[in-house]
Write a protein that binds this ligand. Structure first.
Ligand SMILES: Nc1ncnc2c1ncn2[C@@H]1O[C@H](COP(=O)(O)OP(=O)(O)OP(=O)(O)O)[C@@H](O)[C@H]1O
Ligand SMILES: [Mg+2]
Length: 147
């Protein structure tokens, strides 16, 4: 479904509706965020984290590759953690192994968001949910969620 967000508030609404469509599974749910620099990938993850009551500021993990945020206990959520991966600087598969990606991806407690997923596409399961983001103008972003 293709939508246009005209503000961060609208991006939050789109993120919230998206989260409601997700079904827990017997492994992690993986969401791949496609789009150029500044398309709003990190912003989308931030809004999802906010929805789950994560207070910690979501930083772009460009320099750390992976960050794991705990969803507070009092939240009603099928997941216990949000995992945020930025594969922009990803060089080879040994890095993913180093991050324990296989384990993280197996764990049904994890909701995983991946920026620059094309860099690690051979490691993503076919169940991966793809979201395509595009810069429209300063305040607007196209958000296309694959059905
Ligand atoms: N409607 C909107 N939705 C989302 N972000 C918006 C919107 N309007 C403006 N922005 C701004 O666009 C910027 C998007 O930056 P963001 O860091 O999310 O991009 P990114 O896709 O993660 O880029 P990178 O590949 O560099 O990590 C933010 O500064 C955000 O405030
Ligand atoms: Mg980013």
């Amino acid at each position: 479904m293709k939508q246009v967000s005209r503000s961060l508030e609208e991006t939050k609404d789109i993120a919230t509706s998206f989260l409601k469509t997700l079904k827990p599974s017997n492994s992690a749910v993986i969401v791949a965020l496609h789009g150029d620099l500044g398309a709003g990938k990190t912003a989308f993850v931030k809004k999802c984290a906010e929805h789950f009551g994560i207070q910690e500021t979501i930083i772009s993990p460009t320099f750390v590759i992976e960050k794991i945020y705990k969803i507070p206990h009092e939240q009603v959520s099928p997941w216990k953690h949000i995992v945020h991966i930025d594969a922009y600087r990803f060089e080879d598969s040994s890095e993913l192994r180093h991050l324990g990606f296989e384990e993280v991806a197996k764990d049904a407690d994890n909701l995983i968001f991946i920026e620059w997923p094309e860099r690690i596409k051979e490691f993503l399961p076919k169940e991966t949910i793809n979201i395509y983001l595009k810069f429209v103008d300063e305040e607007s972003r196209e958000i296309n969620i694959e059905d």
